[in-house]
Design a protein around this ligand. Structure first.
Ligand code: DAH
Length: 334
């Protein structure tokens, strides 16, 4: 009897099943109603007493082994569909890949272009004081220009606020360092605006500043001209329009020829043929003095541009809110 038990044990051990039918025949043989192990239990009744203990143990082991094996066989079959049931031509399931946010992409591109012109990258705090954000930039107290940039105040006394532009970093740089300075300062800024397709309570800017001896308006023009050609294409045309900023004198706004319509006029350029890209100008002597730089020795230019604005133009996006909604369907396109 022990011989038979061993034989069945190795048969069970080696059993494999490639389909349901084979599993069923295994089940019928070792577990079903008239299974071979039951036959052995019948024989067991006739076994002499002194062998009962040993054989009983072996028989129970065999029964358990058969049950365990049956489960193993059916598990393996359900996890590996046979090639007959499997469509090997189906494309695999690939993992989803993240992408870099369009604002970050534009920011990196802007940095790359200015770095090649010798600018380094600096940063400053988003929470700053009135001096760095306004007063040192030649915005006198109660000056109407302050109303152009609706401010979020963190504390009124002393003045702690969320910076309304990246120009605060200009002041910090010029106060802390000696010229020559040639830096760009990308970052997030905040304004108390009603959120709409065209305005948001936060957005991103890149500030530029060059201070040294004999820096002139033509340096500013060439720097921005080179930037525009790199950013928008070799044939990009630019123009400067006189403007006003408290911290620059003279001030100018830079436009590029609308690259959507080629200057003929379209929705994007509001039928003017030009789109505004940056504010700029020569650093006002008052600003130099506020930062303890001698305006009779040094001159400099500054500019500021909106990263959202450039991204919207490049990709023809017409709603600012898309940048902060984190809608995967929007972000996946970049
Ligand atoms: N700070 C200005 C703004 O947020 C942009 C700007 C204009 C920055 C002229 C400059 C500049 O550095 O020279 O509207």
């Amino acid at each position: 009897m022990l011989e038979k038990i061993k034989l069945y044990a190795s048969e069970i051990n080696e059993a494999v099943a490639t389909d349901q039918e084979e599993i069923e025949s295994f089940r019928l043989k070792f577990i079903g109603k008239n299974n071979v192990i039951n036959d052995l239990f019948e024989e067991f009744k006739l076994v002499p007493k002194e062998l009962k203990k040993e054989l009983g143990l072996e028989l129970n082991k065999l029964k358990n082994q058969a049950q365990f094996k049956l489960k193993e066989l059916s598990d393996s079959l359900s996890s590996t569909p046979s090639t007959a049931e499997m469509d090997v031509t189906l494309p695999g399931i690939s993992g989803t890949e993240g992408s870099i946010h369009p604002i970050s992409q534009t920011k990196s591109r802007i940095i790359e272009i200015f770095e090649r012109q010798g600018f380094n990258v600096e940063s400053g705090p988003e929470i700053d004081n009135d001096w760095n954000n306004f007063t040192a930039l030649n915005f006198p107290k109660n000056h109407p220009a302050r109303n152009m940039q609706d401010t979020y105040f963190v504390e009124r006394e002393p003045d702690v606020l969320l910076r309304t532009h990246t120009s605060n970093v200009q002041i910090r740089l010029m106060s802390e360092r000696k010229p020559p300075i040639r830096s760009i300062m990308p970052g997030r800024v905040y304004r108390n605006e009603v959120i709409s397709a065209r305005a948001h309570c936060f957005f991103h800017q890149v500030e530029g500043l060059a201070v040294g001896k004999n820096i002139s308006f033509s340096d500013l023009k060439n720097t921005l001209y080179h930037f525009s050609k790199e950013m928008f294409g070799k044939s990009t045309q630019i123009r400067f329009r006189p403007s006003y900023f408290p911290f620059t004198e003279p001030s100018a706004e830079m436009d590029i020829r609308c690259f959507i319509c080629g200057g003929v006029g379209c929705k994007i350029c509001k039928h003017t043929g030009w789109v505004e890209i940056a504010g700029s100008g020569m650093v006002d002597p008052n600003v130099f003095e506020n930062c303890k730089i001698d305006p009779s020795k040094y001159s400099g230019f500054a500019f500021g541009m909106g990263i959202e604005r450039i991204t919207m133009l490049k990709h023809q996006i017409d709603d600012l809110r898309l940048f902060s909604e984190n809608d995967i369907r929007f972000l996946k396109q970049f």
